[in-house]
Design a protein around this ligand. Structure first.
Ligand SMILES: [Zn+2]
Length: 295
């Protein structure tokens, strides 16, 4: 076990034979849930709800066509509420052969919840995915990318293989999860999320400065190439209501084809990467919540 503040240990890490880095293309199907979690009164704003409904109604079908055309499998993180509101859409993701993973129930930020409340949300999300698509997910991504200090232990207790919510490494690692066990961490970063450059919702999100897909794809391509050189995991997070729009999806296709032309880059689902990393002889990282002494 590695103690608080220690650096990530590299010994024991490798990619599958013939690969020097990996890439996951992931989609968080927030739809209405992320906005409703932040401000339930937004349910009364029909245009705002339609902005979010673009994801399941128009974005997901376009993105499924894109993934089919490029012949890659992706990971879709689905809040339970989205699954219940758009069951046919979530089934279409499953039926296209993509991975479906857990993304809360109503996109709750769990950092502010008690452990008991966080567990109830986890169970409610599991029940929704089971009921709608008959799937028991192996992975979780914290809504709002706000994991708690007990999240890893809860995930392990409920049989999850991996988390994808933390930002302290280029490569996947083993995250200590209480009782001496661990789960796999697949790190993310805000610079590889489409929400920040693209989203504008008056009074809710963004400044109104909406970036060009040409510029966004250029910056993601820089990070992909540098991450391959670093031997890490390029873990891209898109949202169907954001990157399902035509020019953004076209830009994403350009990026996927660049990734496919990159020698030694393993393109896989999150679960596939986690299965590989799980069996590596790594020392789990066991950071503890920082304590700030009172004056
Ligand atoms: Zn989300």
């Amino acid at each position: 076990m590695t103690g608080p503040g220690s650096e990530l240990g590299e010994p024991g890490f490798s990619w599958p034979a013939g690969s020097r880095a990996a890439a996951c293309f992931t989609f968080d199907v927030d739809a209405e849930s992320a906005i409703l979690a932040a401000d339930p009164a937004s349910a009364g704003r029909r245009s705002v709800m339609s902005h979010q409904a673009y994801g399941p109604r128009t974005g997901v079908p376009r993105l499924l066509r894109l993934l089919d055309a490029t012949a890659i499998r992706a990971t879709f993180f689905v809040p339970g509420y989205t699954a219940e509101r758009w069951p046919g859409v979530i089934r279409s993701i499953r039926d296209a052969g993509h991975e479906i993973a857990h993304h809360g129930y109503l996109h709750e930020s769990v950092a502010a919840l008690s452990v008991e409340a966080e567990e109830q949300v986890l169970l409610r999300g599991l029940a929704a995915l089971e009921a709608v698509v008959g799937i028991v997910p192996t992975g979780w991504r914290a809504p709002m990318w706000e994991a708690g200090w007990s999240s890893a232990e809860l995930l392990r207790r409920h049989g999850f293989r991996y988390d994808s919510s933390l930002m302290d490494a280029d490569r996947p690692y083993h995250l200590a999860a209480g009782d001496g066990g661990s789960i796999v961490e697949l790190p993310i970063h805000w610079s590889l999320d489409d929400w920040e450059p693209y989203v504008y919702l008056p009074d809710l999100s963004g400044s109104g400065a909406i970036a060009s897909p040409a510029e966004v794809v250029a910056r993601w391509t820089l990070e992909l190439d540098a991450m391959v050189a670093a031997g890490g995991l390029f873990n891209l997070t898109n949202h169907p209501f954001v990157s399902g729009r035509p020019s953004r999806a076209a830009g994403l296709e350009t990026l996927i084809r660049h990734a496919q032309a990159t020698e030694g880059l393993w393109i896989a689902t999150c679960d596939e990467v986690a299965r590989w990393v799980e069996q590596l002889p790594l020392t789990p990282i066991a950071d503890e919540r920082p304590v700030v002494a009172a004056d």
